[in-house]
Design a protein around this ligand. Structure first.
Ligand SMILES: Cc1ncc(COP(=O)(O)O)c(C=O)c1O
Length: 389
């Protein structure tokens, strides 16, 4: 089946964060700028998803959502079919997205002053989830070796021994695109769970893994691990449905689940967006061929980024194993951070996410979202090559 990922669709003026707030965030006008920052894609989802939206529009009544058995069944089936993990439908707690779910998890399981471990550089809203809820970040910095990240297990052990309460794991890792191996995940689980440190495993990028790599669900490793952790998944990254703000916090242990639900109640989170589950059911039911074509297209885009980076003096592109977020190291340019940003934003008129926001280790990096039509990506890369060669 053919899918048209090359088609450029003008998203400007459609309440699109990526385009319509680019100027506010980066001073780059949507008139002549290109947004390769916030992590959504400039592609339409599988046709069946838009058909479901069209049917809902035709039906025309948009009241409160209820009756989520089809959604739960679709999630269960997807995780079994694509990831070999068996979960029960009742383990799923629906949230308004994963950032929402991670914040509620910190509130539910931690007390003010507790340490929550983050493996930096990491998806920056995790920092807010920790500090906005009165906890402190325990930095477990990733080690950059031979051009890719690995975990610093001895530091992780120390942080756990010093009484950390929780680890927010990012798997696959954003940024840097590591798809953690089964062995790495077993080690993390062993270190944390033997010391009573709860793991919240954010696996939102689980479906966006390049050929040759396999995502291992932490909860799929053993029954014992699955009973002691919380897994976050969503159809939103996979099928470009981020605006529907729907995520799953999958919690097997009844006690942990009850505490999570109690905290959801304290946040008044009883109802859910009508369209998120509806779109996800269509995507999970029909979207597998689209997803496999997308993954190949994204790999091709990654190779374009790689080629362009080789033409930029002093810039190194990390080899990704998954995600659509290239992680470019500008330290070899010898330029001040401000000058790197000025060239990207003011001269190339491209918006990239600033690495500094991802915490310790991210300072010299910029994150480039290459989930856009190839024509647009080539234009952005040409501009970047021009200002860094
Ligand atoms: C690791 C990670 N978690 C969560 C999210 C966002 O999740 P949501 O939009 O469901 O809050 C992102 C988005 O880029 C992400 O990279």
């Amino acid at each position: 089946m053919q899918f048209d990922f090359d088609r450029i669709i003008d998203r400007r003026g459609t309440h699109c964060e990526k385009w319509d707030t680019m100027e506010e965030h980066y001073g780059v006008s949507p008139e002549d700028g290109l947004p390769l920052w916030v992590a959504d894609m400039d592609f339409r989802p599988p046709q069946e998803v838009n058909d479901a939206f069209a049917r809902a529009a035709e039906f025309g009544i948009h009241g409160y959502y209820g009756g989520d058995a089809d959604y739960r069944a679709a999630v269960v089936e997807w995780l079994l079919r694509r990831h070999g993990a068996t979960i029960a439908p009742e383990w799923i707690c629906l949230t308004n997205g994963i950032v929402n779910g991670v914040n509620i998890a910190v509130q539910a399981y931690c007390s003010p002053g507790d340490t929550v471990i983050l493996q930096t550089p990491v998806y920056y809203p995790f920092f807010g989830a920790v500090t906005n809820n009165g906890c402190q970040v325990g930095v477990n910095r990733l080690v950059l070796e031979n051009g890719k990240y690995s975990m610093n297990f001895s530091e992780l052990e120390e942080l756990c021994d010093r009484g950390a309460r929780m680890l927010i794991l990012c798997s696959p890792h954003n940024p840097g695109g590591r798809v953690w191996s089964r062995e790495e995940l077993e080690r993390v689980a062993e270190i944390c769970l033997s010391r009573g440190v709860l793991i919240v495993s954010d696996e939102i990028h689980h479906d966006l893994v390049f050929d040759g790599h396999t995502h291992t669900m932490l909860a799929g490793i053993s029954e014992e691990i699955s009973q002691k952790i919380i897994t976050c998944t969503s159809a939103s990254k996979t099928f470009n449905l981020a605006g529907t703000m729907t995520g799953n916090m999958i919690i097997a242990d009844p006690g942990l689940r009850a505490r999570f639900k109690e905290q959801m109640g304290k946040c008044g989170l009883y109802d859910h967006n009508l369209y998120g589950p509806m779109a996800a059911v269509a995507a999970y039911t029909h979207g597998a061929p689209w997803l496999d074509a997308l993954r190949r297209y994204l790999r091709g885009n990654f190779e374009l980024v790689d080629k362009a980076a080789r033409r930029m003096t002093g810039v190194t592109n990390m080899e990704l194993e998954g995600t659509y977020l290239a992680w470019l190291d500008f330290s070899g340019t010898g330029l001040e951070k401000g000058e790197v940003i000025r060239r990207i934003q003011a001269e190339a008129r491209v918006a990239l996410s600033h690495g500094q926001a991802f915490g310790p280790g991210g300072e010299h990096f910029m994150r480039l979202n290459f989930a856009c039509p190839r024509g647009m990506l080539e234009e952005a890369l040409d501009r970047l090559v021009l200002v860094f060669s």
